[in-house]
Design a protein around this ligand. Sequence first.
Ligand code: FUB
Length: 363
Amino acid sequence: MRNFANLSTLSTCILLAFASCNQEQKKESDEVAANDTLQFRSSPLIDSIYTADPSAHVFNGKIYIYPSHDIDAGTSENDNGDHFAMRDYHVFSMDKIDGDVTDHGVALAVEDIPWASRQLWAPDAAYKDGTYYLYFPAKDKDDVFRIGVATSHSPEGPFKALPEPIAGSFSIDPAVFTDTDGSTYMYFGGIWGGQLQQWENNEYDAAGSLTDLEQDNQPAISCRVVKLKDNMVEFDGQVQNAKLIDSAGNEILGGDHDRRFFEGAWMHKYQDRYYFSYSTGDTHFLAYAIGDSPTGPFTFAGHFMKPVQGWTTHHSIVEFDGKWYLFYHDTERSGKTHLRNVKVTELTHHEDGTIAMIDPFTE
Ligand code: FUB
């Protein structure tokens, strides 16, 4: 399996051969050398800044990408993800999949969000009745992740943040899906650094476990789903668990790291069925599960992307001009976990409704 851990080992060997160089310079050049031996399936879409967690949407016939903006803030790496210290969002657009990518500049910055303190993580966007909505997670002044909303009259922003996060929101990675009947749902949550394991019955436990690792024989922690009110900025009713089950109807267990939900949910509808997709985190796959309702339960259907270079990836799935596309990220440009670049590749649904496996590397 070609993942970042293999590359690190190779880098370490090369490091020993060039012992007289500065340590940091050696590490960076080794990572680039290691990259040269791999054939990536797709090229980075954006070279000017580091971008990750791409949520793609088609608005007014164009593709808009709402990613995280990765920066090197000098924060040391830890299991909480403090090194993902992003401070603003840029919006990008493309007229076609292989076309030029336009950077529309800073769409929202942390200093313009009254309730937020740090870490602007993976956002998403939606449109309704002349207004574009940007949904984003950030840590509040107590260092608890919440989900906020900002609005604009243009898909490219700038966006103006509401003064408070969405009441009842928590954790990270909002993904907003509008069904064919016009109802809109938000899927959200991420374990470990995303704090989802610290929310029991939608109450925060500050002293709670920092991971899900003590729950191997219990149902895995679920992604959350909630309907949005018509105003698009409030939850309509209770936050529910988006249950993941196996083909026998049993809930996926916490110890099943190849299948359990970790973070980065997305929803797309294909042939009237609801495809809930997500990252398995520490096993590095993109996985999907299918349901008959937008709120689940969803039956695990498989993996559809093998591990990328980098700790994990985060994706979105969008239909454009009659084809389906997967937007995702890896670390091709930097070789560093926290400095990622977004990419796109075609995604195929087989006739039986399953999704073809995507290898981020070519032979
Ligand atoms: O970009 C910060 C976090 O990394 C996202 O919220 C996760 O999905 C992971 O991609």
